[in-house]
Design a protein around this ligand. Structure first.
Ligand SMILES: Cc1cc2nc3c(=O)[nH]c(=O)nc-3n(C[C@H](O)[C@H](O)[C@H](O)COP(=O)(O)OP(=O)(O)OC[C@H]3O[C@@H](n4cnc5c(N)ncnc54)[C@H](O)[C@@H]3O)c2cc1C
Length: 482
């Protein structure tokens, strides 16, 4: 089996150059040809190497691969741009008729009872509510040289409404020629891996189902659509009244004159509770914490903060650990989402267990199929969220081009297990595997892989923001200053 390495005008630092040479030697058993590698601006050169047929990891030493990207949200758009920059042939499959993913506000919502979801229901992708403003300030909303700090679409606020982000993504896609490679109304229903290639089955309204073969697949389908619920609350599964999830929340009107229990402690739980309180009879916000004493929320006559729920009863009563009981009409679960890859038929290689997608090297590559299969956009809880996705997409594109080396399969797997052990040691639950916390180690590491550096100013803005969140959880958007 032969393959060519064609270098182009990509510039590597001395460190990446050494990594590249070492890893090629290690992974591909290149013996004496290393001096032929041309790494540096504008040189072109090639070499031929022999790959043992029994090598399980796919061989990536060509300059242009046929790559499928699943999803045209932020992660998919970034990935497409980086792959195009590396001269790969890119097809972005997007099941809806618009790009932007989460940021495409959809007034429609799923009507199901959240504790008894029909798996065949018609799924609405976006979980945005009408009034949603970003929870990150403009400089953090965007990518290098392309953020909401430099662009304005009419909303002067530092934390703009969701429509600004959609417009930014639309302009980004147009400017980088991504729109042309998106196939809209094309839902990927199956991804299989056979004989060293990926079979992608896609369903469109016009053609029905069709299969295509790709060299590589990057999964960017998002993870804010499949509701995760607090179904471990004693009695909640049998509770006879209404239960919904923030995924279906759009506007407060349906909650008028109702007694609502909101479960959750994240930004959505706080934002939505305050909004509902403008029309509801009562709002009771319950976090998982047991050391919260019941208290009326500042500035509200009809909203209380509670500890976790003890138990619920089929007459509508809800008993909190703080000793209070109320009769409620609705439970609103603001309890996050599940990673969900219904199209993935390679469960022996990567699978989801309690919201841990694994094994994945640095949240991106399943060691067994790296770099041909990759995930972009799984990580969360980071002020530099979108920069992280950008770096992940660069890493994937460069690894697929053979310009950045990955460790051997064994080493990647060992790294994943080390990560799991560290989580266990620190008492971090499995479901938080892809939560980065508010630290910068991971994003710095990624930047280093692709020869970039995160601007210190952005980190400073993050630190500032986290502080403000702590002091002003209700109105940090309005008091925050850069
Ligand atoms: C309520 C809410 C508020 C948020 N606020 C912020 C914020 O303020 N700042 C911030 O940075 N982030 C925020 N986020 C996180 C946000 O999800 C990310 O910013 C980002 O949009 C994620 O992009 P993505 O491309 O990974 O996923 P998505 O935006 O979800 O895009 C995934 C795309 O994949 C498509 N797709 C899915 N399955 C298939 C399939 N089988 N075939 C074809 N296409 C498919 C979908 O249609 C969609 O277009 C928020 C998220 C939510 C839910």
């Amino acid at each position: 089996m032969h393959c060519n390495v064609l270098s182009d005008s990509y510039y590597c630092t001395e460190k990446s150059r050494k990594n590249l040479l070492m890893a090629r030697h290690e992974t591909y058993f290149v013996p004496s040809t290393q001096s032929n590698l041309a790494i540096g601006p504008t040189k072109t050169s090639s070499f031929t190497c022999t790959i043992p047929l029994n090598l399980r990891r796919p061989v990536i030493m060509t300059d242009s691969l046929n790559v499928a990207v699943i999803g045209a949200g932020t992660s998919g758009l970034l990935t497409a741009r980086e792959l195009l920059r590396q001269n790969h042939r890119v097809t972005v499959f997007e099941k809806s008729d618009r790009l932007g993913g989460t940021w495409v506000y959809e007034p429609r919502f799923e009507a199901d009872d959240v504790l008894h979801l029909d798996p065949n229901r018609s799924i609405v992708h976006s979980s945005l509510y009408s009034s949603l403003r970003t929870n990150l300030p403009r400089p953090l909303m965007g990518f290098s040289e392309y953020s909401l700090e430099d662009k304005s679409y009419g909303d002067p606020r530092m934390f703009p409404g969701h429509e600004e982000v959609r417009k930014l993504l639309q302009d980004f896609a147009n400017e980088f020629g991504i729109t042309e490679v998106i196939r809209f109304n094309s839902e990927v229903v199956r991804v299989d891996y056979t004989d060293g290639q990926f079979v992608v089955e896609c369903r469109t309204t016009e053609v029905g189902s069709a299969e295509e073969v790709f060299d590589a697949v990057v999964i960017c389908n998002g993870h804010h659509t499949e509701p995760r619920v607090a179904d471990d609350v004693p009695g909640i599964k049998e509770w006879p009244r209404k239960q919904v999830h923030s995924h279906t929340y759009r506007v407060p009107e349906p909650y008028r004159d109702q007694v609502v229990v909101v479960i959750g402690n994240g930004p959505s739980a706080h934002d939505i509770s305050r909004e509902i309180a403008t029309v509801a009879k009562e709002v009771h916000l319950s976090s998982r914490s047991s050391n919260v004493n019941v208290s009326r929320m500042d500035g509200y006559k009809n909203m209380w903060q509670h500890s976790t729920i003890n138990r619920v009863y089929d007459d509508g009563m809800v008993e909190f650990q703080d000793g209070h009981s109320i009769e409620a009409d609705i439970f609103l679960h603001c309890t996050g989402y599940k990673f969900h890859f219904p199209f993935l038929r390679i469960n022996d290689i990567v699978h989801v267990d309690d919201n841990c997608v694994g094994p994945l090297y640095k949240h991106v590559f399943p060691p067994q199929l790296a770099p041909r299969l990759a995930f972009v956009g799984l990580t969360y809880n980071q002020g530099l969220l979108l920069r992280t996705f950008e770096l992940q997409s660069k890493w994937v594109a460069l690894a697929l081009s053979g310009k950045i080396s990955l460790p051997s399969e064994d080493k990647m797997l060992a790294d994943v297990h080390k990560h799991y052990r560290e989580m266990e040691k620190n008492g971090i639950p499995k479901r938080d595997t892809h939560s980065l916390g508010f630290k910068f180690e991971y994003v710095d590491w990624l930047a280093d892989q692709v020869g970039l550096r995160i601007d210190d100013r952005l980190k400073e803005i993050c630190r500032n923001l986290f502080e403000q969140w702590g002091f002003h959880p209700n109105d940090f958007r309005d008091v925050f200053q850069l």
